[in-house]
Design a protein around this ligand. Structure first.
Ligand SMILES: [Zn+2]
Length: 457
């Protein structure tokens, strides 16, 4: 037994730090992708078990937190000297399903083709999970001396309602609740067409997801004798008004920085408008706003948006509808409140017969500081690994991540990217052929490892 221990110790010391880490991360990514954790139903406990086995083999005892049958999350902690509060590495193990999508490779198998890695979860978020686990295991294997504990949390159900992390926070908060800083999905490392890193963006705020249902009543009756109380027309009029409803811009510190960063890569006229908005004091200049509003993406960056996404009404082609319904999906700017948006919708519709109902509350989180230790570490690590031309900047997430639950507790959880990739719409998260350049895994390990060093060592 002792010989085994000594051999193990020698083996652990033998390779230089990180020699095997990229291939370890890739092997783990491959294993995680081959476990189908499409949510629903999730089945994250199989992926949790795979990671737990690796942690236990390295002498770490993870906590496993079930939150539904077949579903669990995992938390493990590497101890620092306690002179600073912990750093949390957070990734989710569930993925969006691939059924019905035109994949050209098997989604639940890691495929390398023409210098790219494909598989459901490569970007969202099994790549992050594999890289974070590998970096965590390297801390363990090298007995890293740290000022902070590093907590690894791999959660389930992020793609639906965040039940995995919510269960941890509700009933096992001590596992992660003492963290000061968090690194989670939500940012990006962008490559140009030559494969060089051009930007490192991190997310310090995100829009809040909130849907509403509109219900319009109608009188009904035979379609041969139309009346003026047709539910479908009534709803259509309301939707037209929602389409015209423009929410006021909200220019917090994160948005301003994002506008400035965007200006650096924009043609002159647009760049000037973006800068004027970024620097605006008081009421933002209307001419600059008009230019930003021309583009759906920048419009969504500066304003709360609500848009119709589902529609139903009527039961037979020869009967007047007694009911018509639409779903609106709203994305609230950090700082905008659901109650105010609801009031704005009701006011814009201007028809008391149309019921406006709030659907499930997905929760919001506050904006966290754009500057601070994570920003400083990103600047340093990015300059080291990618050189001076890589621009580090903050961004507002247009979707929601689990960071919102942590931010509400005062944990500064930043969204970062660990898998460098070009800016392109194909091969993106949630779609078919989700993929990243094959070199991303190795770069991701070096990047996250350097970031953890900068923040915790
Ligand atoms: Zn995700």
């Amino acid at each position: 037994m002792r010989r085994v221990v000594i051999l193990f110790a020698l083996f652990a010391l033998a390779p230089p730090a990180f020699a095997d880490a990229p291939s370890d991360a890739r092997a783990l990514l491959s294993q995680l992708i081959s476990i189908d954790t499409s949510n629903p139903p999730g089945h994250e406990e199989l992926a949790v078990a795979a990671v737990a086995r690796q942690l236990r083999a390295a002498g770490v005892s993870p906590e496993i937190v079930p939150f539904a049958p077949g579903r669990s999350s995992l938390v493990a902690r590497y101890r620092g000297d306690g002179s600073k509060r912990p750093l949390l590495l957070l990734a989710h193990l569930d993925v969006v399903g691939a059924a019905g999508q035109p994949w050209t490779v098997p989604p639940f198998h890691l495929t390398e083709k023409d210098g790219w890695l494909y598989g459901r979860g490569v970007l969202d978020d099994k790549g992050f999970a594999a890289v974070a686990t590998t970096v965590f295991l390297e801390l363990v294997r090298t007995h890293a001396k740290l000022h902070r504990d590093v907590i690894l949390a791999l959660t389930g159900d992020e793609e639906s309602g965040g039940a995995g992390l919510r269960e941890i926070l509700a009933h096992h908060r001590a596992l992660v609740g003492d963290a000061e800083l968090g690194l989670n999905e939500g940012g990006s490392i962008k490559l140009d067409e030559h494969g060089r890193v051009v930007s490192v963006s991190y997310q310090a705020a995100e829009k809040t997801y909130q849907s509403f249902q509109l219900t319009a009543p109608g009188l009904g009756g035979h379609a041969s004798v139309p009346n003026d109380e047709n539910a479908i027309y009534r709803l259509a009029r309301a939707l037209d008004k929602i389409h015209a409803l423009v929410f006021p811009p909200r220019l917090g510190p994160t948005v301003r920085e994002e506008l400035r960063a965007m200006a650096a890569h924009s043609p002159d006229a647009r760049a000037a408008a973006l800068r004027r908005l970024a620097d605006a004091k008081g009421t933002p200049p209307a001419s600059a706003l008009a230019i930003v509003d021309e583009y759906p993406l920048t419009r969504a960056m500066v304003r709360t948006t609500c848009t119709a996404t589902m529609l139903s009404g009527g039961t037979r082609e020869n009967a007047l509808p007694v009911l018509a319904r639409a779903t609106l999906n709203c994305r609230l700017m950090p700082g905008d409140r659901t109650a105010d948006v609801e009031r704005a919708l009701i006011q814009a519709i201007g028809d008391p017969k149309i019921a406006v109902k709030r659907l499930e509350d997905n929760g919001a989180g506050p904006e966290i500081p754009v500057g601070g230790p994570v920003r400083d570490a990103l600047e340093r690590v990015s300059a080291q690994l990618f050189g001076k031309r890589a621009l580090v900047s903050a961004s507002v997430g247009l979707g929601a991540t689990d960071s919102r639950f942590l931010r509400r507790l005062g944990i500064h959880s930043y969204g970062i990217g660990v898998m460098p990739k070009p800016e392109e719409l194909i091969r993106s998260p949630h779609g078919p052929d989700e993929g990243a350049p094959a070199t991303s895994v190795a770069t991701g390990v070096r990047f996250l490892s350097a970031l953890v060093d900068a923040l915790a060592r």
